[in-house]
Ligand binder design. Sequence first.
Ligand SMILES: Cc1cc2nc3c(=O)[nH]c(=O)nc-3n(C[C@H](O)[C@H](O)[C@H](O)COP(=O)(O)O)c2cc1C
Length: 277
Amino acid sequence: MIKTIDINSGETAGLYQYLSAAVTPRPIAFVSSIDKSGNKNLSPFSFFNVFSINPPILVFSPVRRVRNNTSKHTLDNVIQIKECVISLVTEDIAQQVSLSSCDFDEKTNEFEKAGFTEIKSDLIRPSRIKESPINFECKVNKVIHLGEEGGAGSLVLCEVLKMHIDETVLDDNNVIDPLKLNIVSRLGANWYGRTTKDSLYEIAKPISRIGMGIDNLPEEIRNSKILTGNELAILASAESIPQKISSENNLNALEKHTKAKQLLLDGKYEEAWQILL
Ligand SMILES: Cc1cc2nc3c(=O)[nH]c(=O)nc-3n(C[C@H](O)[C@H](O)[C@H](O)COP(=O)(O)O)c2cc1C
């Protein structure tokens, strides 16, 4: 059975729950902004991502409160002073970030409330956050309002002017190591995700190679009752059907597919092909 949700039923709060629990996991932007009187603000936003590399553009979306249709201070601030620091949220600071999301009044400095340390930015007025290993100094290029009622988001298009990376999250090749970074993701309700070794795996997809596709697999493999869509996709990532190099085996189709399945699970995709040929 499929549960179908009618978007026009007018139930914004319910829709909020379904959308935010479905589109997951989301990264979290921890946004430092100031208003025209110089009041500082820190707030997290998980409606957030990177959308362009050249120019480097990050976008986050403060949503109008559903209960009273008021706007978030962060949105008011970036309209007044078109600058912000976006920093990333690791497990070490996730509880402090959550604390900073309380509805404090606009005069409250969340750096103090949630125990963060300010570092003066190089190019903009809002401060960076010492406890976050990655900080982006941004200018706000544009704000696009998506509606006027409770639940309406406003896209804040931020151009990165400077990126600061704590070197402790880099590996020997100066590349960000996801395990050292341990970024936290936002899921539905009160759920958050960690970036631990057992939650990570690699999917090799060299851009130089064009996989043959599942439609080009031999029919017997394509219609396997044993191999899943994921496993067929690994086989179909080869550019063409490989040459048979190993000697004949006496296995029947069921046995071949079962053995290939185990080899794929072990990451031995060339050997899996040889069993199937
Ligand atoms: C992890 C996390 C992610 C959040 N993401 C969003 C979001 O994407 N959009 C939003 O409007 N509010 C989001 N919130 C709630 C805001 O942080 C909260 O409303 C905050 O009080 C806004 O502060 P401000 O009014 O000082 O800007 C999030 C809260 C948490 C804890």
